[in-house]
Design a binder for this molecule. Structure first.
Ligand code: CMP
Length: 225
């Protein structure tokens, strides 16, 4: 087992409730792989042959339309996993997954993943928890698209990303183009709306971070209590 894999495994929420023996079993079969920025890790419609866990870096789950337009369904970083859907339902990959930064991933092959589920059923609970969280996020995204204006959708996205960090500062590098792809808008509209949010002192933006300055007002814009 590679040392870095052993160090990483118990920090992964999916494996959080496993004991040392169970972690060691997974460590024996998991492999680490590096993906350069912008490389495609999974192609939509390909058959699924492995589960991936992000060790470092950042990836995006995207749908690409026939005209080349991209919709970002989710972004993932350290500790998050993807590629489980095809292994669970035996359907082709439901989306592309692309590295947004140079990324290191842990790869668990299909057979090994199924063996882990058999020998360590508690992993299934972690999977269900994560899938449930993803469904909530997808619901929120669908609701936002129908019910909110662009300011509301940006507010909701920023609150969601901040909660994934420390609650008030978003450290993930987010261009206006990326935000537009995450909320179904155009870069120009996002730039204009971000400027308004800054002028209203709801957020502050520096080169590396976005800071939530007025959580209540953002929650109101996002239709959240
Ligand atoms: P799979 O379909 O095997 O390959 C693409 C992966 O992207 C999928 O498994 C999930 O892990 C992930 N994925 C697909 N849709 C979403 C979504 N709405 N939110 C988060 N992750 C997703």
């Amino acid at each position: 087992m590679a040392i870095s894999v052993a160090i990483t495994l118990d920090a992964i929420p999916l494996f959080a409730h496993l004991d040392k023996e169970e972690l060691a079993r997974i460590g024996e079969v998991a492999r680490e792989r590096s993906y350069p920025k912008n490389s495609v890790i999974l192609f939509e419609d390909d058959p699924g042959d492995a589960l991936y866990v992000v060790v470092s870096g950042r990836v995006k789950v995207v749908l690409i339309g026939e005209d080349g337009r991209e919709v970002i369904l989710s972004t993932m970083d350290k500790g998050d996993f993807f590629g489980e859907m095809s292994l669970i339902d035996d359907e082709p990959r439901s989306a592309h997954v692309i590295a947004m930064e140079n990324s290191r991933l842990l790869v668990l092959r299909r057979d090994d993943f199924h063996r882990c589920l058999d020998t360590t059923p508690r992993i299934a609970l972690g999977l269900l928890r994560a899938l449930s969280k993803r469904l909530r996020q997808a619901n929120s995204q669908i609701g936002g698209l129908v019910l909110l204006d662009v300011a509301g959708r940006i507010a909701r996205l920023l609150l969601q990303l901040a909660d994934g960090d420390d609650g008030s500062v978003i450290t993930a590098k987010l261009t206006h183009h990326t935000i537009a792809q995450m909320i179904g808008s155009s870069r120009e509209t996002v730039s204009r709306t971000m400027r308004t949010l800054i002028e209203q002192d709801l957020i502050a933006v520096s080169q590396k971070t976005i800071t939530i300055k007025n959580r209540k007002a953002l929650q109101l814009a996002a239709g959240l209590r």
